[in-house]
Design a protein around this ligand. Structure first.
Ligand code: GRF
Length: 198
């Protein structure tokens, strides 16, 4: 079946989640088309990955576009007829203008079980440090819709992983990331089939 869901990505660094989604689309497991990748970081591996996959990619940031960065992001996604925007390790707060234009159609993955361990300053290793400090027995990724408040929008999917007594930030983050690579594509496929309606 021809994919009808056009995906646009925003990523700042490694882009391993983005790659997992692209791979799932290429394998036909996810019925969606990765159309364009935007990064605020010209050195990001995400841009390299996009080039390797033959996907259009752009470096857009306030450094390159000043106050016009949000408009440039919107125009780029519109030009590529993007239906759903996938945040994949995007380390900048998305401008309100972009959130308004694609209201309810922007997804993010967070490396903890929201609503716990979310909000401003809760990113990367800080999340796992907090989970370990609280002696949680479970953690795991959350896919949610992006609204104007950090890590706050509608939760679409979660996957639990155990937290072990001898876990370090590295061992826990690796266990969570492994599940992110499964949960994010799975959730996008549910959107593509209409099982999840945005
Ligand atoms: C992941 O841990 C994800 O939960 C968070 O940012 C990280 C992105 O990793 N939002 P990658 O760039 O996809 O490898």
């Amino acid at each position: 079946m021809m994919p009808t869901l056009n995906l646009g990505f925003l990523a700042s660094h490694g882009g391993s989640n983005m790659q997992a989604i692209i791979d799932a689309c290429n394998r036909g497991y996810v019925n969606a088309k990765p159309c364009v990748v935007i990064s605020n970081n010209s050195d990001s591996q995400a841009l390299l990955r996009a080039k390797n996959e033959g996907i259009s990619c752009y470096h857009i940031s306030t450094a390159t576009h000043g106050d016009g960065a949000d408009d440039a992001i919107i125009n780029t996604f519109e030009k590529h007829k993007v239906d759903v925007i996938i945040l994949a390790g995007y380390m900048k707060k998305l401008g309100d203008k972009v959130i308004e234009r694609f209201k309810g159609k922007i997804l993010n993955i967070h490396p903890a079980l929201l609503p716990k361990y979310g909000g401003k300053g809760m990113y990367g290793n800080f999340v796992h440090e907090a989970v370990l400090a609280a002696c949680e027995k479970v953690s795991g990724p959350t896919v949610h819709v992006v609204d104007k408040v950090y890590d706050h929008g509608r939760i679409l999917a979660q996957k639990e992983v155990p937290v072990f007594l001898d876990d370090t930030v590295d061992s826990l983050s690796a266990r969570v990331l492994e599940q992110e690579h499964i949960l994010y594509p799975e959730t996008i496929q549910k959107i593509a089939t209409g099982e999840i309606i945005l």
